[in-house]
Design a protein around this ligand. Structure first.
Ligand code: FES
Ligand code: FES
Length: 197
């Protein structure tokens, strides 16, 4: 490696789905490209590569991020969860994954990993009482959970676009998962919106 190239390269360590990955990267490499091109974690999809579609959504410390907008070097020290890391240790699907299957909430499936990662965080955000733009102004002020009405799910999932025809089934799938999931502990909601229209 030339001196010039070395100046743009870092050896970093990433915690992904509970495993440590050591990788040498150009400092300009996004988290999405790191996952897909360097670590063979191809669940997160590249749609727009501009932070507009949500196909690349993963969780950083439980919060949703568009991994196409995150430099991998800035992800050190965080806990990253991708769609590959959502199943339980016994291989059981996450309740959101089960709900998407049972509701047939996808068609081609390209947006689905991002939709599911986003929905997992939505459940935590609502359970923690974080309001959305459509919430009653008083919601969550008592520390209680936010009910995931269809309007709440649409608003919270608005950053995740689906180009196929499964929109109508995504909202009930998220609501099914909310009903099947008990209160989550680690809820530090993301600022990024999410949503399927
Ligand atoms: S690929 Fe990241 S938001 Fe579209
Ligand atoms: S299921 Fe095809 S893009 Fe969403």
């Amino acid at each position: 490696m030339s001196a010039a190239a070395a100046a743009h390269t870092s050896q970093i360590s990433l915690n992904i789905n509970g495993r440590t990955h050591d990788v040498g990267l150009d400092n300009r490499t996004t988290l999405l490209d790191t996952l897909r091109e360097h670590l063979d974690l191809t669940g997160a999809k590249k749609g727009c590569d501009h932070g507009q579609c949500g196909a690349c959504t993963v969780l950083m410390d439980g919060r949703r991020v568009n991994s196409c907008l995150v430099l991998a070097v800035t992800a050190q020290g965080t806990e990253i969860t991708t769609i590959e890391g959502l199943e339980g240790p016994d291989g059981a699907l996450h309740p959101v994954q089960t709900a998407f299957l049972e509701r047939d909430a996808y068609q081609c499936g390209y947006c689905t990993p991002g939709q599911i990662c986003s929905a997992v965080a939505v459940l935590d955000e609502a359970a923690a009482g974080w309001p959305s733009a459509v919430s009653d102004p008083d919601v969550g002020t008592d520390g209680g959970a936010v009910e995931l009405t269809a309007a709440e799910v649409r608003e919270r999932m608005a950053g995740n676009l689906c180009r196929c025809g499964a929109y109508v089934n995504i909202v009930p799938a998220v609501q099914d998962a909310a009903a099947a999931t008990t209160v989550h502990e680690h809820a530090a909601p993301t600022g990024s919106a999410a949503v399927a229209r």
